[in-house]
Design a protein around this ligand. Sequence first.
Ligand SMILES: Nc1ncnc2c1ncn2[C@@H]1O[C@H](COP(=O)(O)OP(=O)(O)OC[C@H]2O[C@@H]([n+]3cccc(C(=O)O)c3)[C@H](O)[C@@H]2O)[C@@H](O)[C@H]1O
Ligand SMILES: Nc1ncnc2c1ncn2[C@@H]1O[C@H](COP(=O)(O)OP(=O)(O)OP(=O)(O)O)[C@@H](O)[C@H]1O
Ligand SMILES: NC(=O)CC[C@H](N)C(=O)O
Length: 556
Amino acid sequence: MALKISIAQLNFLVGDTAGNAQKIVAAAKTAYLQGARLVLTPEQSICGYPAEDLLLRPAFVAACDDAVKQVARELAGLKGLHVVVGHPMGGDIRSKSVQVQRRFNAASVVSEGRVLETYAKRELPNYQVFDERRYFTPGQGTCVFQVEDVNVGLLICEDAWFEEPALLAKETGAELLAVINASPFHIGKGGERVARMAERAQAVGLPVIYAHSVGGQDEIVFDGASFAVDAAGTLVARAPAFQETIFTLQAARPAAPGPLELGGPIAHERSPEADLWDALVMGVRDYIGKNGFPGVLLGLSGGIDSALVLAIAVDALGRDKVRAVMMPSPYTADISSIDARDMAARLGVRYDEISIVPEFDAFRASLAGEFKGLPEDTTEENIQARIRGVLLMALSNKFGSIVLTTGNKSEMATGYCTLYGDMAGGFAVIKDLLKTTVFRLARWRNIHDPYGTGISPIPERIITRPPSAELRPDQVDQDSLPPYEILDAILERYMENDQGVEEIIAAGFERAVVERVARLIRINEYKRRQAPVGIRVTHRSFGKDWRYPITGKFRL
Ligand SMILES: Nc1ncnc2c1ncn2[C@@H]1O[C@H](COP(=O)(O)OP(=O)(O)OC[C@H]2O[C@@H]([n+]3cccc(C(=O)O)c3)[C@H](O)[C@@H]2O)[C@@H](O)[C@H]1O
Ligand SMILES: Nc1ncnc2c1ncn2[C@@H]1O[C@H](COP(=O)(O)OP(=O)(O)OP(=O)(O)O)[C@@H](O)[C@H]1O
Ligand SMILES: NC(=O)CC[C@H](N)C(=O)O
C-alpha cells in the first residue's frame, strides 16, 4: 500500500497567524479527503517567511504558538492524518542576571489533536537575504516520525543543503526525507534546488520531498515548484510554479528490498524568461493585494522601462487597476507620446496626458535669480523628473493607488535616476533587471502571452529606439553611460559576482570604463538607500543582499 503525501504549496501572509492556520486546516482537510495521510506545509507556514523583527516580539511568537495549537485542534477528528506545520518557537533562558530570549525555527508534526514532535532547524542561513542568526538559535538532534508504516525524517530548508542533518535522520531510521522550505526565487534557483536535493538523496540513499511555498513578500518572491527526487537523485515529481496547489505524491515500498519509491505528476520545464515574468507579476500582485491598495499608476514615457512595468502591472492586476500618465516636457519627442498612447490603447488602461511645461517654466522663473549666468545642467533635468514625481504622488494621495517606479538595475547601480524624481514612488518593479534584461524580457512578452490576454503589449519602436531620458535636447542614455551591453557585463561581474576591478580588466574590459563603473556604483550608494523596495530576481539584488557603507574610503 502506498502512502499518499500532499504538499500544501500555499501563499501565506506574514503575520496573519489565524488566517494562515485556517489555510493549513482547509488544505489538510482537502488532502485528507483525497487520501493523504501526511501533509507538508512550508517553512514558517504559520507566520509567513520572513517575519523579520516581528520574531523578536514575544507576543508574535505566542500568537504563532496559539495558531499551531488551533491547527491541531481543528484537525483532531481526522484519524491517522499527520500535518507538518512550520513556526517559530520561543523559549526564555535565564543566565545570571540577564534574561535571554531564544527562538528556534521549528516545525511540528500534529496529529489527532496533539503535537507529536517538534523539530528545530539546525542550519540557519545568514547570507544573501537571510538573517536567521539574528532571530534563531540552531537546533540539535533529529526528528523521525512514523506515518502508516513509513519513517519520515523531517528537515527544514537549509538543513537539506548540508550533509549532517540528513545523515542523522537516516541513522535514526528515516526512509524518506521531507524538507519544508521557504527558498526565495532568483533566476536559475529551481535548477540549483533540484541539483542540491539530488546530491543529498544520493549521498544518504533516501528519496527527498521538497515542499515549497509560493507568493510575494516585499522584495522576495517564492516560486512554488515543489518536487521530489528518488534515492538515485532522479526527479520523479514536480508541482506547477508560481501557483497555489495541493500537490499529492505516493511513496510506495518496492517488492524487493530497497529505498521507497516516490511518484507523482511532473510539471513541464520552464524557460528563464517565463520564470522571470511570473516572478515579477506575482511580486506586484502580492505587494498590491496583500497591502490592500486599490491599484497602481505610473509615468508612461514612451521608453522601454515604463513600457515593461506597465505590461507587468496589467498582467498582475488587470487593466482596471492600472493607470498611465504621460507628462510631456519641451524635450518629449512626438514619437514618445504616440508610442505611449499606442501602448495604453493596446492594454486598455486609463491614460492621461498632463504637460509639465507650466511647472518647469515656473521653477526656472523662481530660480532665475539664483542661477543667473549659470548654464543649464542636470539641475534642470532633475527638476523635470521631480515635477513628474510630485504629480504622480498627488494622484496617489488623492486616489489611493500607489506609484510604481520604473528604474532598472543598471540605473540603480550607476545613479542614473533622480532622487525625489523618477525614484519617487512605492514599489520598484524592475530594479533588479539589468537594462539588457529589460530589452530581452520586453521582446519575450511581445511573443508570449502567459496570462492569455491576447495582447502583444509593447509597440515595436519602444524596443528598437535608443533609450533616452528626454530631459534635455537630443539626449540619449549613452551620452552619460557606457553602451548597455558593456555596462551590464561589468555590473554582472562586479556587483552580482564580486569580481574586482583588476579581474574585470584582465577579462578584456577597458580600464577607464571599469574604473568609472566601479566609481559610479560606489558613489551612488546613498541613492539606493532611499529607493523603494522592489522585486529580487537575481542572486544579488540591491536589497537585503547588498549592504555597503555609504561613508568610507575602501576602493574595490
Ligand atoms: N553621498 C551622498 N549622500 C547624500 N546625498 C548626496 C550624496 N551625494 C550626493 N548627494 C545629493 O544628491 C544630489 C544628486 O542626486 P540627484 O539630485 O538625484 O541628481 P544627479 O545624480 O546629480 O543627477 C541625476 C542623473 O540621472 C539622470 N536621470 C534622471 C532621471 C531620469 C533618467 C532617465 O534615465 O530617465 C536619468 C539625469 O539625466 C542625471 O544625469 C546632490 O545634489 C546631493 O544633494
Ligand atoms: N514624458 C514622460 N511622461 C511620463 N513619465 C515620464 C516621462 N519621462 C519620464 N517619465 C518617467 O520617468 C521614468 C524614467 O525615465 P527613463 O527615461 O529612465 O525610463 P523610460 O523612458 O521608461 O525608458 P528609457 O530609459 O528606455 O527611455 C520613466 O520610466 C517614466 O516613469
Ligand atoms: N530558508 C532557508 O533556509 C533557505 C536557504 C536555502 N539554501 C535556499 O534555498 O534559499
